[in-house]
Design a protein around this ligand. Structure first.
Ligand SMILES: [Fe+2]
Ligand SMILES: [Fe+2]
Length: 288
């Protein structure tokens, strides 16, 4: 661009003022969009409509609807009242740590499923989205408990964010939507039963922890039913195949857990009896 040599071209002073004005406008716009973006993030954290978006395809009786959203920060709002275990402190610390990180691993699982680029039915996305929000809530609640009574530090939390999953041993169970839904449904059933089995441990930590874990159990049951409904609605002709896949899922019990969210069955509460019950309930419901 030329500067002020002819009357048809603005002089340098004008250009400089315009340039200053442009710079100011740019700064204001950048700050504005940054603030808007940050506010959107905050909004996602505090507004149920954003946390539980009702993004639904045009279907009757949609699968992905969260009717009673809840927030771990509201239930566990007095962390100083959470009671540290008086007996078997290390064992309970390990259980609560595993609860926290395995809930966190839902993020790793979700990312893996998306990386597969496989065909998905129209309601899988919305169900997955609500599921992810719930699991994140569970992680955040267990994080509050671990901070309050087990000395979890910011450095420990940073390590959680660096967790990596290895899906290689499970990839035969996650190669298409039918298998993914069945694996999640089976896993959620196991989780319901395991949290229920450990309720005395949670209740001993105080009423807020007991209440929180009961809400988590409610969500896990909800997840089971939603993934089961996805199977029945979008794969009605594959029930015989689904039963065979459940056998394969059950056969994968005992593999070392590698941050995959599903099949995180490493505590004592996960027994052969629990796995058998989960397998039988899932099969029975597939045949209903
Ligand atoms: Fe969960
Ligand atoms: Fe779940």
């Amino acid at each position: 661009m030329k500067y002020a040599y002819t009357s048809s071209v603005p002089d340098y002073e004008v250009l400089r003022n315009k340039s200053n004005l442009s710079f100011t406008v740019l700064v204001v716009l950048t700050m504005g969009s940054t603030l808007y973006y940050l506010d959107t993030i905050n909004m996602v954290d505090r507004d149920p409509r954003y946390r539980y978006p009702h993004i639904q395809p045009d279907v009757v009786d949609p699968i992905a609807i969260k009717r009673n959203p809840w927030y771990p920060e509201e239930i566990l709002n007095k962390p100083h009242e959470i009671i540290a275990p008086k007996e078997d402190y290390d064992e309970k610390r390990m259980i609560l740590y595993h609860d926290m990180v395995s809930e966190y691993d839902a993020r790793i699982f979700g990312a893996y499923v998306h990386s597969l680029s496989i065909p998905l039915s129209p309601e899988f996305g919305p169900a997955d989205e609500l599921w992810q929000i719930d699991e994140d809530n569970h992680y955040k609640g267990f994080r509050i408990i671990n901070r309050a009574i087990f000395g979890l530090t910011d450095q420990d939390i940073e390590k959680i964010y660096n967790r990596q999953g290895n899906f290689e041993p499970l990839k035969h169970l996650l190669s298409d939507e039918l298998r993914i839904c069945l694996t999640v449904a089976y896993d959620e059933l196991c989780t319901v039963r395991a949290y229920r089995g450990d309720l005395p441990i949670y209740d001993a930590m105080g009423p807020s922890v007991g209440k929180f874990v009961r809400r988590v159990i409610g969500d896990e049951g909800w997840h089971y039913s939603k993934f089961l409904r996805l199977v029945k609605r979008y794969h009605p002709d594959e029930i015989a195949k689904a039963l065979e896949i459940v056998n394969q899922i059950r056969a994968a019990e005992g593999l070392p857990y590698q941050q995959t969210f599903v099949m995180d069955h490493i505590e004592d509460v996960f027994t052969t009896k629990l796995f058998d019950e989960a397998e039988n309930v899932l099969k029975k419901n597939l045949l209903k």
